[in-house]
Design a protein around this ligand. Structure first.
Ligand code: ZN
Length: 452
């Protein structure tokens, strides 16, 4: 059985021993070594008999857990390969501790056909991180005709979204939710009512007024959250809400979950670490959609993570070239890098700052997103995808990350594996670092350096 899996999944053949770490298992964090053979965890314990040929990697002082899963990555290929490619984005992901990412469909062409989706999955299959795809809900993300959702679902696509914009027409959203429900896949929404947002490029409030920049109110997001929750309730459909950023959104999801609506939600690190006061610099590196908000929204997002209203940290990694981000603020595209800083920001803000446990951090960065994306054991796994998000256990595929909680490092966008450098955290000292990432038993990051 193991041999069949090895052949099918392209597992690493070399035995690997991860020694000296605290391992996140079903019985909690235990001090143990982890043995990996042919891509599978074969032993967990102390004083293991290591094969002579085993490659030994040092995890002393570190936590060994399931590799992270990002629900929201913009890889830019096809169409904007000067900003990011699948290969460079996957390398950035591996350096960020991710073993799987979901590529968003707002590429050029849009990921709305089996032909383009297959091309992305093929490129992802040879990269340093497993790449799943979120398919577009509507053809060309135009918000009108539904894309061939059934055909894409057959390729293993589990999430459908027009991310980059919300589905404006309530009737189209309703039909798509119903269709997704019938197929057992998940409708995911970028919640933004364009009529309410009215072209605003920042949050409408104190700073938009002071800076003279057109603002969009929190209700532009919340109105669509409310609409979709009502539709999901009525249809019994599963709904995933992307990058929530306001207090009202968190409140709505909290009530919806209490009422039994099948909803999950994610939030991005920049929405729980940065406020719209950063806009004083007029630097478009802080321009993102949904926009950065005042502190009470930031606190509500943090609270949403602590009480389980928000299920997952998602990066919304959005690479842009220097030329485009250097445009005047209202012309520059929204978006910021996220893959290589997400773990440290989550560790700092939610664990050190808000007393979330390390176990919970792995829930919101690995187990929950893997489940939402169908990248856990339950999902269909074409293209060599293996299960992610599982606590470390004998018999599991070795998709692992080794994190050093005591390490500090300084953000330098120019040194990122990502082709772009548009990080809003330039020069910031970060706490907690990725030491090693293991994909299907192969160390793709060793001592913080990508191996390929
Ligand atoms: Zn979005």
């Amino acid at each position: 059985m193991t041999i069949i899996q090895t052949a099918r999944y392209g597992m690493a053949q070399e035995a690997l021993a991860i020694v000296g770490g605290n391992v996140l298992t079903q019985t909690g964090l235990i001090r143990a070594d982890v043995m990996v053979e042919e891509g599978i965890v074969t032993a967990i314990g102390l004083d293991l008999d290591l094969p002579v040929a085993a490659k030994v990697i040092n995890a002393a002082g570190c936590v060994v857990g399931p590799g992270f899963v990002d629900l929201h990555t913009h890889l830019r290929e096809p169409g904007k390969e000067q900003a990011e490619t699948i290969a460079t984005g996957a390398r950035a992901a591996a350096l960020g501790g991710y073993t799987a990412v979901v590529a968003m469909p707002n590429t050029d062409p849009v990921l709305d056909s089996a032909f383009v989706v297959r091309a992305v999955l093929d490129l992802g299959a040879v990269s340093t991180c497993e790449v799943a795809v979120a398919g577009a809900i509507t053809v060309g993300r135009q918000g009108e005709a539904l894309s061939p959702i059934a055909e894409l679902a057959k390729l293993g696509v589990q999430l459908f979204t027009d991310d980059g914009s919300g589905v404006q027409h309530g009737g189209v959203a309703r039909r798509a939710l119903d269709y997704c429900r019938g197929l057992g896949v998940t409708y995911a929404e970028h919640c933004e009512d364009n009529a309410i947002a009215a072209g605003g490029v920042v949050h409408e409030g104190e700073w938009s007024a002071k800076l003279g920049l057109p603002g969009q109110p929190a209700s532009a997001e919340e109105a669509m959250v409310a609409r979709d929750l009502l539709l999901a309730r009525e249809l019994g459909a599963r709904l995933h809400l992307l990058h929530l950023s306001t207090q009202g959104s968190v409140d709505l999801v909290r009530q919806a979950k209490a009422a039994g609506i099948k909803v999950t939600a994610e939030a991005a690190p920049h929405h729980f670490t940065l406020t719209d006061a950063t806009l004083q610099s007029y630097d478009a590196v802080f321009k993102v959609n949904p926009p950065l908000r005042p502190d009470h929204h930031v606190q509500a997002i943090i609270q949403g993570f602590l009480d389980g209203t928000i299920d997952a940290v998602a990066t919304d990694h959005a690479p842009h070239t220097k030329e485009t981000k250097d445009l005047p603020f209202d012309e520059a595209p929204p978006g910021m890098l996220g893959l290589e800083t997400a773990f440290s920001l989550t560790y700092e803000r939610l664990v050190l700052g808000a007393k979330m446990s390390i176990e919970q951090l792995f829930q919101v960065m690995s187990t929950n997103p893997a489940r939402i994306a169908g990248l856990d054991r339950s999902g269909a796994r074409p293209y060599g995808h293996t299960p992610h998000g599982e606590l470390v256990a004998v018999g599991n595929v070795a998709n692992l990350v080794v994190v050093d909680l005591d390490a500090t490092w300084t953000v330098d966008g120019s040194s990122f594996a990502s082709l772009a450098a548009n990080t809003p955290y330039e020069g910031r000292v970060m706490h907690g670092a990725i030491r090693h990432t293991v994909l299907r038993g192969e160390p793709v990051v060793l001592e913080g350096v990508a191996t390929r």
